[in-house]
Design a protein around this ligand. Sequence first.
Ligand code: HEC
Ligand code: HEC
Ligand code: HEC
Ligand code: HEC
Ligand code: HEC
Length: 171
Amino acid sequence: MKRFWWIGLFVFVVIVIVIGAILTRMQVYAAPEQPIEYSHRIHVEKDIQCLYCHPGAVQSAVAGIPSVQKCMGCHNVIKADSPEIQQVASYYDEGKPIPWIKVNRQPDFIYFSHLPHLGASLNCETCHGEVGQMDVTKQFVKMDMGWCLDCHLNQPAEKVGRLADCLTCHK
Ligand code: HEC
Ligand code: HEC
Ligand code: HEC
Ligand code: HEC
Ligand code: HEC
């Protein structure tokens, strides 16, 4: 009878761990619900370039999210009577930014900049996946320290010293 209890406890602990692991993964790759149903697929299929909306990626640390003014530059005319676009227009009329929810976020103690990465001719898809096919933007990889280092340690030997230095990424 006593042994039965131990087996029961063991099975219970294993189940909790497995469910925990599944939930954590779901959390990591979950696509947050956005205030506007914005689809990358629709825009990229119309040949609008990533850098048209995210020019910061090749100019600075942050890629940036386009302003509501930029949306209205096209949507003043394109699909202006769609309900979703009217909602975009109402943010514009009230002079409020659209409160987009972040998909990829590094902790505050991390320094990351797009500039050196695009300078090293990596493309957006290496780190963000096929965003151009997504109707809802989601994270593609878990952007943890192991992920950064996996790539940094595989760079030319003379660069690895700096790229693996704690202070390169830690503020
Ligand atoms: C080396 C990997 C890498 C590449 C290449 C990369 N990104 Fe990023 N991107 C990241 C990381 C990491 C973050 C999260 C940064 C943070 O929270 O500080 C991010 C955040 C973003 C964000 C939201 C936050 C911000 O910086 O404004 C956008 C938009 C973005 N990336 C677009 C792009 C586009 C467009 C390209 C290609 C032109 C690109 N990224 C290439 C790793 C990458
Ligand atoms: C360079 C022009 C351009 C810009 C800038 C642009 N869009 Fe679009 N958008 C389009 C085109 C083209 C379509 C597809 C219209 C169609 O289906 O005929 C579209 C479709 C949409 C739709 C689907 C509308 C519907 O009811 O089918 C939404 C929502 C949308 N855009 C939101 C946005 C938001 C939010 C922004 C700003 C972050 C933005 N767009 C910026 C050109 C643009
Ligand atoms: C018409 C403008 C537009 C174009 C073109 C566009 N994006 Fe975006 N992007 C947005 C908007 C608006 C958001 C915020 C809403 C969201 O996350 O879906 C966003 C969010 C993102 C994010 C997530 C940012 C975060 O919160 O971490 C990434 C990554 C990204 N875009 C990459 C790309 C890549 C790669 C391309 C080209 C294949 C591209 N975008 C083309 C408007 C655009
Ligand atoms: C797919 C490969 C790849 C990934 C993933 C990646 N990096 Fe990099 N990183 C590079 C390359 C390549 C360079 C540029 C090396 C050079 O100067 O030529 C670089 C440069 C940098 C630099 C500038 C270093 C300097 O002093 O010039 C920082 C900071 C940095 N990365 C931080 C990060 C962080 C933080 C992450 C994870 C969130 C990350 N990187 C993920 C490849 C990557
Ligand atoms: C290429 C970039 C990079 C380098 C180099 C790097 N780290 Fe990190 N580190 C990260 C990122 C990104 C995170 C946050 C994500 C995570 O926790 O994995 C992190 C998280 C950590 C954490 C966890 C902090 C917390 O509160 O969660 C510790 C501890 C840490 N790093 C120590 C180090 C030490 C020590 C070194 C040098 C031997 C180092 N790191 C080098 C990118 C880097």
